[in-house]
Design a protein around this ligand. Sequence first.
Ligand code: 6PG
Length: 241
Amino acid sequence: MKPAVEILTDADELASRAAQLVLDHSLKSTSSKETFSIGLSGGSTPKTLYQLLADPDEDFRNRFPWGHTHFFWTDERHVGPDSPDSNYRMAYDAMLARVQVPQANIHRVFGELKNAERAATDYEKELKKFLGQSPTLDLVLLGMGADGHTASIFPGSEVLNEREQLVAAPWVDKLNSYRITMTLPILNNANAVLFLVSGKEKAEMLSQVLRGTRNQYPVEAIQPTNGSLSWLVDSAAASEL
Ligand code: 6PG
């Protein structure tokens, strides 16, 4: 299925468009069933989106079904929730701390656990406890690195071949650290995947990936089985398309 690609002028317009799409998915989901489950991405690109959704001056906040939404993370760094590197903390400070969300609806990765593999298996249990044995997230947000990684699935990572485990704890040489990441089986089982890509440094990789030349970059392995696949990119990232 050819992904939908939308080019927005800049990072702010991208965040605003993303907020509208996230709101649309949340209302569609909660109109047909009680809950909306979202996989939040980390890194820097989604921060403005999270701030917008919780912004008291924006319409998104009043319309968003916070009480019916369950928040998960597509990946986490091997750090505690108070670390400046924590994806949980970024989303918490930018959004969750500013709105009424039941604590039980916030499903963070315990990145502080010394044993990263344990953090991964615990998170898989949490996902299955809430979403069933074959978890289907309603919406997954993803970013893309200039090297073609997504979530914490990096080029050449053994995680690319993982077909059983839903959450893995790969060692990432270039980061000299473990990461805890959702794997392809759960990411591709989502009802909708939305990539947010911003910045000139991503342009070369984005043009390769969207040209579909299949260079086996992890980002190209995101092919939802039954769900939709969309890209929101800003003009800087789209400068080589
Ligand atoms: C992370 C992310 C990662 C991110 C990309 C893009 O934990 O860092 O989940 O996959 O989405 O690295 O990061 P930027 O948005 O900061 O460019």
